[in-house]
Design a protein. Structure first.
Ligand SMILES: Nc1nc2c(ncn2[C@@H]2O[C@H](COP(=O)(O)OP(=O)(O)OP(=O)(O)O)[C@@H](O)[C@H]2O)c(=O)[nH]1
Ligand SMILES: [Mg+2]
Length: 656
């Protein structure tokens, strides 16, 4: 089960409360004092925010709950992303004071898209300014109408605030429950219309559990993680309404790696959620792409801590040692039907990172490599020409965290230069190219033909075959497909090419052959390398024919400002290339919405206080990509075989 929310809604505090309620800890720790179970990193304790997801486990009513506390700050959304694929259920926390916030929307949208059963916990009912009805209304207007309040709040906004669950005697509750359940249940609708009183309360509760487990409906609980109000009811709700996975212990081994860490001796540790089967120490396992590994140690999350065990089985979360080059997202054993698709927008900033003092580049590269293992989206890359290191980022807080982590864990001081936005390229037309074995300038023992076509916005990259699968060994197709994806990471202007369909139109190879009684002769037979080397050349030619347009990330912004400051704010928006819609004025307050290049959001944020006497509030989130206006930014290339490519392109151009 995951706990998700906008930053500061109270996830970590709630986790602490739940652990206390089930007897895992005797004293409730505090985020503000840096004493919680799940905010265990030095930086988390120092800053009072969660940076990495953390696992704890407890048993309630014979059900083992593996709980993952996640960070809420949008700069760490990648941590949530990695966890989503292993969840059976989720608790979405919303503050009763702040209500529905931008990240709340982003998260529930992803949970619903993935059909993760989710209950909502409206937290902080003890705080002044807390609302109940207003939050419910905001949830149904901004998030989803498929909700049902599970009780009411007494003493709202006071330390003594309490949650009273509804029962069979609350007729308004049972009526509303029947109504929302009937939205997805025609039989219930018919029965209810026929005779309201014929529907038993027990039946409604069973249907509520069934629909919640199918992620059709979201029960809403209220409470306070600080005082503990409503936490017992939430706990009962979790066991009643979220599905317990019946994982098949005797089935084939299947698990997903959702987190990677390093132990004190630098050894790699994989956090795995097991879906089926059992893994023992010394088992040899198929992991991800790169073959078999022997498990050297296992620890399983149990009653708060993780403990050494000889094995781990379906339904448990464990740390595994010995998995070599394991990466986040790898599957252990049989792959569960997972898509590698991302659920949230990728980072939109890129920055050059340099050592501040005498640290050498090698040490920095090593340290960043380790950070990239734990956070692949930072997408560490080196520009071969200028020998600079780049990392991708979501924002300023993540930047500070990387800086401090390098200082604390590796003793390396760094500076960031030139932060720029990360653009993408989309093909503007179609293009095709082919190279046939033995026909110059094709330097490789492979035939590859590829065509490029634009595809729907947001659709990503699709690879199709127009040649029969039987025309060459499957491994060669795999090599071409993988290289296509690799090559598209750097388009004509150096940015990731996306929203396109790549079709393989020609395929051919030289079969394995050798002179009689001699050993296999590589110079006469195709190898995977021939396809991996030829594909970028062919694809680049096709792409040059198609042409691409560079698009930059655009944020949708929401601005609340005093009406009399609209005059000074509007010209600044124009200057920052923002495109606001007509302002909505309500008395002394004014609301503005529109689009703004991601690159300008920081500047707007910086100028806002001076423009609005400190009252303006800006919220923004990535909304999509639009063609860059003005100078086209070019990103330095980091080709894996730049020489081959340059020489080849010269010849292709000469031929053209
Ligand atoms: N009054 C009140 N304060 C709360 C409650 N829950 C959390 N807080 C406070 O809200 C702040 C944030 O709490 P956290 O538990 O760190 O919130 P979080 O959602 O884990 O935050 P991130 O992980 O950084 O996104 C802390 O100062 C808590 O003490 C509550 O129910 N009532
Ligand atoms: Mg937290």
């Amino acid at each position: 089960m995951g706990i998700l929310a906008h930053v500061d809604a109270g996830k970590t505090t709630l986790t602490e409360r739940l652990l206390h309620a089930v007897g895992v800890i005797d004293e409730v720790g505090s985020v503000d004092e840096g004493t919680t179970q799940t905010d265990s990193l030095t930086l988390e304790r120092r800053r009072g925010i969660t940076i990495k997801s953390a696992v704890v486990s407890f048993v309630v009513d014979d059900i083992t709950v593996n709980l993952i506390d996640t960070p809420g700050h949008p700069d760490f959304i990648a941590e949530v992303e990695r966890v989503l694929s292993v969840l059976d259920g989720a608790v979405l926390v919303i503050s009763a004071v702040e209500g529905v916030q931008p990240q709340t929307r982003v998260l529930l949208r992803a949970l619903r898209r993935l059909h993760v059963p989710t209950v909502i916990f409206v937290n902080k009912i003890d705080r002044r300014g807390a609302h109940d009805a207003r939050v419910l209304q905001a949830i149904s207007e901004k998030l989803t109408p498929a909700i049902i309040a599970m009780g009411s709040v007494l003493d709202l906004g006071m330390r003594s605030a309490a949650f009273r669950p509804y029962g069979s005697a609350d007729v308004a509750f049972t009526a509303r429950l029947a109504e929302v359940l009937a939205d997805h249940d025609d039989a219930l609708l018919a029965q209810y219309v026929d005779d309201e009183t014929a529907v038993a309360y027990r039946q409604l509760r069973d249907l509520l559990a069934a629909q919640t487990k199918q992620a059709l409906l979201h029960p809403v609980f209220f409470g306070s993680a600080i005082t503990g109000a409503g936490v017992d009811c939430l706990m009962a709700g979790i066991t009643e309404l979220l599905p317990a996975d019946e994982g098949d212990v005797d089935g084939p081994v299947s698990g997903t790696v959702f987190k990677v860490d390093r132990g004190p001796a630098g050894e790699k540790i994989a956090y795995v959620r097991m879906f089926s089967g059992r893994v023992r120490t010394r088992d040899r396992l198929q992991v991800g792409r790169d073959g078999e590994h022997k498990i050297t140690a296992i620890s399983v999350f149990d009653h708060g801590a993780d403990v050494r065990r000889p094995s781990v089985c379906a339904g448990q979360i464990s740390k595994l040692w010995g998995l070599g080059d394991v990466q986040i997202g790898d599957t252990i054993g049989t792959a569960r039907t997972t898509s590698e698709q991302h659920h949230f927008a990728p980072p939109t900033l890129e920055t050059v990172i340099v050592p501040a003092g005498a640290t050498d580049k090698g040490a920095l590269h090593f340290a960043l490599d380790q950070l990239a293992e734990q956070d692949p989206l930072i997408n560490l890359r080196q520009d071969d020409v200028r020998q600079e290191l780049f990392v991708s980022l979501y924002g300023e807080v993540q930047k500070e965290v990387i800086q401090q982590t390098l200082a604390i864990d590796f003793g390396i001081d760094v500076e960031f230069l030139d932060t720029t936005t990360i653009c993408i390229e989309r093909p503007t037309g179609t293009g095709a190219a082919v190279e046939i074995i033995g026909k110059p300038p094709n330097p490789f023992l492979a035939t590859v033909g590829l065509s490029v076509e634009p595809a729907a916005i947001g659709s990503g990259v699709e690879f199709r075959l127009e040649v029969s699968l039987g025309s060459m060994p499957f491994a060669f197709f795999r090599a071409v497909e993988a290289t296509v994806h690799e090559t598209l990471r750097q388009g004509l202007y150096g940015w990731q090419v996306t929203d396109c369909t790549i079709t393989m139109t020609h395929a051919g190879y030289a079969p394995r052959q050798s002179h009689a009684h001699q050993r296999f002769d590589k110079s006469m037979s195709s190898t995977g390398g021939d396809f991996r080397n030829l594909t970028p050349l062919v694809l680049t030619s096709a792409l040059m024919q198609a042409g691409t347009v560079v698009c930059e990330p655009i944020h949708r912004f929401h601005l609340d400002i005093p009406t009399d400051t609209l005059g000074p704010v509007l010209p600044v928006l124009t200057q920052l290339q923002a495109v606001p819609q007509a302002p909505v004025i309500q008395g002394s307050w004014c609301m503005l919405e529109g689009g703004i290049p991601a690159a300008r959001v920081h500047e707007l944020q910086r100028q806002l206080p001076a423009l609005t006497r400190g009252d303006g509030v800006l919220e923004s989130a990535l909304a999509g990509y639009q063609p860059v206006r003005g100078t086209i930014p070019i990103r330095p290339r980091t080709d894996h075989n730049p020489l081959d490519r340059r020489e080849y392109l010269r010849q292709v151009l000469r031929r053209a």
